[in-house]
Structures are given as C-alpha cells and as structure tokens.
Design a protein around this ligand. Structure first.
Ligand code: ATP
Length: 439
C-alpha cells in the first residue's frame, strides 16, 4: 500500500489514492456522508454516496471522531469544497483503531477543558494543531542550536544524571537509593562541562535532562526539564559568553522563521522577528536603579536580586525603549551566585555573571567560572562548602585548566518566549511537577 499525504493530493487528481489519518469531523447527511480527514500535513474532505454502499454507510455513521482510518478513493477537483477545492470519492475504508465515544474531550471542540484535565489526556491534547506546531518549531530550533555550535567546532557531550555528590547546592536535590548508598539526580551538567574544559575539549554543549526538587507551582518551573548547556575555554570574560549566546539565539530564531513563518502566522496570528544583536545589557546595580525610577517595588529587602515581577518590568522597559525582547542582567553579587562564578577583579563582591531575560522571563544563567585553584577553594569555603565533598571537582583546577565560561538555558522557557506561550505546561512535551508524575 502506498500512502499519499494530504498535502500532496493535488498532484494526484483523477487518480486513486490511499490516505491515512484521523477522522476530524463527520457530516452525516441524508444521501451523502462527508468525512473530513486529517493527517500531519493537513485536512481533506472525503465524500461517500450512501446508496452506493449501504453497509459502508452504516459503518461510517457509527464512527467516532478521532478514529484512526485508512481510506482509498479517487481524487477529484470540486470547486465548492473549501478545503483546497479537492475531494476524495470514497471507495474503501479500513478502521485501524476506532475512537471510543465519547472522547474524554474534543481536541478540536469549541471549548477546551482546564489544563490539568488536558494534561491527563496529553496524547489527545497534543493532536491540536498548535501543539504539533510547537514541537515542529522546537525540532527546528534544537537543530539550529546544534548546527551553530557544530559549525564552530564544538563537541557534544552526554554527562551522567546519576551522581554521588550534588551538582549545585544541596537545595532542590532529588536523592535516590543506589545499591547500598545514596545517589542524586543531576541539577545541571555544570561540573561535567567544566571537566570538559579541564580535558582540553575547549568548546562543548549538551542537551539533557535536569532535575530540581523544587516544590513550587509556578507557570515556569518543572521538576524535570531539558537543559541546554554550553561551555567555552580561553575567554577573557563573561562578555565572550554573552556575545556567542546572542548570535546563537539570533541564528536559531532565523532558522525557525525560515521554516515555520507561515504556519506560525496561521496558527498563532503573528510573525517572529530575528532579535538584533547585541542584546541590551544592564548591570544588576543599574537594574535596581531603573526599577526604582519606573516605580517597581521589590517585595524583599535583598539589595541585589530580582523577583519575577521585576524581570517582567525590566523586559517591558527594554521592549518599549529599545524594541528588544531580550536583555542581559549582568554583574550579580556573589551572595546570589554559586561559589564557582568568578569575581570581578575591580569590583569585589560582584561576579562576572549574567541572566538572560526573554520578554521578561529568565531563560538562562551564565558566567565566567573561577579556574584558579586557590581562589576557587577560598570561594567554596566562603559559601560554607566542604572541600572534601567537592575535591573531585576541585581537582579539575590543579593540572592546567584554561579560563572558561558558559551558560545553562531552559529549552521550554525559550519555547514560551519564542511562541508567547503563557505556561511552561503548554511548552513542554510532558510536564513534570511536584504533583504530576503521569502520563
Ligand atoms: P529560577 O530562578 O527561575 O528558579 P534558576 O536560577 O534556578 O531559575 P538556573 O539554575 O540558573 O535557574 O538554570 C538555568 C536555566 O534553566 C534557567 O535560566 C531556566 O531557563 C532553566 N530552569 C531552571 N529551573 C527550571 C525549572 N524548575 N523548570 C524549567 N526550567 C528551569
């Protein structure tokens, strides 16, 4: 059996074809039955004259929408048909898998049930056009991210996610029994990508799962997400990391536009724009001054940190004043950063680090890392860490490790920003949260 995709039917007018797909809608009339069929490439109308085959007519009448069908018939031009002026005249039908009636919900119905219910039936929810588009776009974006790095001689790594010691702080850590000891799920590939710098790989990236035992129920947090990480050697400062990153994001967005502009406009009603580089940069101290000026009051006393409201206010400000969706907030205080972020030589207490905000949402954190063994040990002690516990990591900095830096980036956060999705649950294939371990 040779399958014809719906998008290619116009090349088969007058021919007999077989299509495979889902019954999108059924119009069962007195003399005629119209099956609107859907495959991943589009919709087509299939017509059946009831009196031509009464048994078949009865079978069709009993079909539930979303049934998986194989249909054979002749393609004809029919000007009255709204779907591309084509119609298939049904000759044969095979029910591959009938959809039970009723469906838990109608993915193409007028009203969608609440999100949690849709997540319970995620495979049905994913049949919606917007969801197919999100993951087609993500596929293109990930390919473009890889392409950009491969063109620049990066090496892709796959680091372990089961670890003997925490990869970041002791907070938000999942532990699990591991034979006669306890293991931890990786909170980031941080130590391993730095190990690649000690190994002389010079430029690496990784796409992989990241686990955070964060009990919060926000629209942007998951307990498991896909992290996109990179690390590069021989940098002068965090500026080199930011400069690479913004070109990488512009390239990625450009690739998405080239492939999906029409579909995005048709489904979401707007066009994407390639962000201009360089992205605006603002230091944390300047950000606080700016927030003061625009009248945003932080809900805490901490001198240098941002809450989600402040991030949104900064995002809106840069959109209004510079037309930019992205902004780097740089030079975070050491107290707000992990021990391995390098301090500014001339500004004690401040790190060579940044967060990237996209439309007012944090999507990445990066920094130059401290690669000098003695300084790194002192910083770890200042944070109250046990050197013994992290000695394996500290050893990377004893035998010739170049200056380096990189970033960690949340793939689903980026998809939220790129496609204006209001909630990370809509941006990820399958959501994991404190109370959701299924599907
Ligand atoms: P946040 O302050 O939003 O909780 P974080 O500072 O803990 O994030 P990092 O540890 O810097 O985040 O992680 C790097 C990137 O990974 C973040 O910028 C974000 O894009 C993504 N990320 C972090 N935590 C989560 C999470 N729980 N769910 C989804 N993505 C996340």
């Amino acid at each position: 059996m040779k399958r014809t995709l719906i998008k290619d039917l116009n090349q088969h007018i007058g021919e007999q074809v077989t299509i495979q797909g889902w019954l999108h809608t059924l119009r069962d009339q007195k003399n005629m039955q119209f099956l609107i069929m859907r495959d991943r490439t589009g919709l087509v109308q299939v017509a059946h004259y009831k009196k031509g085959d009464l048994d078949l007519a009865e079978t069709i009448s009993g079909l539930g929408t979303e049934s998986a069908l194989r249909l054979t018939g002749k393609v004809i031009e029919n000007e009255i048909v709204k779907l591309g002026g084509l119609e298939i005249q049904l000759e044969d039908l095979l029910i591959e898998n009938a959809a039970e009636i009723p469906l838990p919900f109608e993915p193409f119905g007028e009203y969608l049930p609440e999100q949690d219910f849709r997540l319970d039936w995620r495979f049905l929810d994913l049949r919606r056009q917007i969801n197919q588009l999100i993951f087609e776009v993500q596929t293109t974006a990930v390919q473009a991210m890889r392409e950009f790095w491969l063109q620049k001689g990066f090496i892709e790594i796959h680091s372990p996610k089961i670890m003997g010691t925490p990869s970041e702080s002791g907070a938000e850590l999942f532990s699990l029994p591991y034979f006669d000891t306890t293991a931890y799920l990786a909170q980031s590939p941080q130590f391993y990508k730095q190990m690649a710098m000690a190994a002389g790989f010079e430029r690496v990236f990784e796409f992989g799962p990241v686990f955070r035992a964060d009990p919060s129920f926000t629209s942007r947090h998951m307990t498991e997400f896909t992290g996109v990480d990179m690390e590069i050697s021989w940098i002068d400062s965090h500026e080199d990391v930011m400069a690479t990153m913004e070109r990488w994001l512009a390239y990625t967005t450009q690739s998405v536009i080239e492939k999906h502009d029409e579909a995005i406009a048709a489904t979401l009603g707007h066009h994407l724009e390639v962000p201009a580089v360089p992205f605006p940069r603002i230091t944390m101290a300047e950000a606080h001054q700016l927030l003061n000026e625009i009248g945003y009051k932080l809900p805490f006393e901490k001198k240098f940190d941002l809450d989600p409201g402040a991030e949104r206010a900064l995002g809106a400000h840069f959109k209004e004043t510079q037309g930019h969706d992205y902004v780097y907030v740089t030079d975070w205080p050491f107290e707000a950063r992990p021990f391995y972020h390098m301090l500014h030589p001339n500004a004690p207490g401040l790190t060579r680090s940044f967060d990237l905000l996209g439309k007012g949402l944090e999507i990445a954190t990066g920094a130059q890392r401290e690669h000098r063994y003695e300084v790194l040990k002192a910083q770890a002690l200042e944070k109250g860490l046990s050197l013994e516990v992290i000695q394996g990591y500290l050893n990377y900095f004893r035998y010739g490790t170049p200056p380096h830096g990189g970033f960690g980036f949340g793939l689903s956060r980026f998809m939220m920003v790129l496609l204006d999705l209001p909630n990370i649950r809509e941006a990820v294939y399958i959501f994991r949260g404190p109370t959701r371990l299924t599907p």
